[in-house]
Design a protein around this ligand. Structure first.
Ligand code: TIU
Length: 224
């Protein structure tokens, strides 16, 4: 069985080795995908972020079946908010969704609360890595890079929400660290489709300035 994966992508075909690739599922939490979470309290429509859940279930199943390392991330803060920059806290309060305030899903964007949990459909399986981060990027003040390096990971398949915020920050951090990155267009979402379109274009323009963009089904077929 070949360990090489090759699929059509923009700006040109993407290649990787299953053994040195990780699927990264970014922030598919109630706070961004469920009614009463941080995203909705900020005034966003969560239909777009919810809509990718079934496709991500398929991507997760295929990666698990083929032994691709799976990493989940969650954005959230310590209960005492000591890891929340005052600037971020203040802007959330101005938006009427103060981090740490009590909302329908518990304390907003706080670890251990219902809003912070990954949606049940995409719950991490035993042994999968779960990275808790206080920032938008998954490398900032986390062990992610060390954990990936220890496993010899060279390529990342990025999915999750929101494309222009946490997915892009993570993508850019990963790109600077030398990882080859594939973003799944239908495995990512922004609250506003205009942001999704712009964010996706920014990945593959200029000959793939940050990496590649592909479709979930092509990734799944390529794993076979
Ligand atoms: N996970 C993530 O993208 N965090 C955000 O706050 N995104 C917004 O689009 N607000």
């Amino acid at each position: 069985m070949s360990e090489n994966v090759n699929l059509p992508a923009k700006p040109f075909s993407f290649q990787c080795d299953k053994r040195t690739t990780a699927l990264v599922v970014i922030d598919m939490q109630n706070d961004f995908c469920s009614p009463g979470g941080f995203g909705e309290l900020l005034g966003n429509d969560i239909s777009q972020t919810r809509a990718i859940i079934p496709k991500l279930q398929q991507v997760l199943a295929a990666c698990r079946q083929h032994g691709v390392l799976v990493v989940h991330t969650r954005e959230g803060h310590q209960p005492d908010l000591s890891d929340c920059p005052p600037t971020k806290l203040r802007r959330s309060q101005l938006q009427g969704a103060g981090i740490g305030d009590t909302g329908p899903m518990g304390r907003i964007l706080v670890r251990g609360e219902r809003g912070h949990e990954i949606v049940s459909e995409l719950a991490p399986a035993e042994g999968e890595l779960v990275i808790d981060k206080s920032g938008k990027g998954a490398f900032y003040r986390t062990e992610l890079d060390a954990l990936l390096q220890a496993r010899g990971i060279a390529s990342l398949v990025l999915t999750g929400v929101t494309t222009h915020v946490c997915v892009h920050t993570t993508l850019r951090e990963a790109n600077d660290r030398g990882y080859e990155c594939l973003v799944l267009e239908d495995g990512t979402a922004a609250f506003d489709p205009a942001d999704q379109e712009a964010a996706i274009r920014m990945v593959h323009q200029q000959g793939g300035i940050f990496g590649w963009v592909g479709w979930a089904d092509d990734w799944i077929v390529a794993l076979e």
